[in-house]
Write a protein that binds this ligand. Structure first.
Ligand code: HEC
Length: 94
């Protein structure tokens, strides 16, 4: 029993670490955003005055929201890529 708990804990920690480490590829992200994200708004929304995203965490949440709403079903890696691109090109959060 104790072994099982330890195994599950280790698995969860490993998954968590893998998620946290998912490094975005901005070049792939740009292709993803250019191809999937301009039907409702163009890129100017990211730098509009009073843009709603004001932190890195909010950017991740908004990309997930817009992507899910549009039925894209992106992987964690694709989300990380898009976030990386949007942050490098527009938001520039540290
Ligand atoms: C079905 C229409 C639609 C599509 C397609 C869409 N979005 Fe959005 N998105 C919106 C709307 C509407 C807003 C503005 C929400 C508001 O002002 O409250 C928005 C806002 C945003 C913002 C925040 C802008 C700000 O003010 O800081 C980001 C980032 C964003 N979208 C990313 C994406 C990405 C990435 C995709 C592609 C996966 C995408 N969107 C596709 C509708 C869409």
């Amino acid at each position: 029993m104790a072994n099982k708990t330890l195994l599950i804990t280790t698995l969860l920690l490993t998954l968590h670490a893998a998620n946290a480490l998912a490094e975005g590829d901005a070049q792939k992200g740009q292709v993803l955003v250019d191809n999937n994200c301009v039907s409702c708004h163009d890129h100017s929304i990211y730098t509009r005055p009073n843009h709603i995203v004001t932190s890195y965490g909010e950017l991740v949440a908004r990309v997930e929201f817009c992507e899910t709403q549009n039925g894209k079903n992106w992987s964690a890696q694709q989300i990380a890529d898009a976030v990386s691109y949007l942050n490098k090109a527009f938001y520039k959060f540290k």
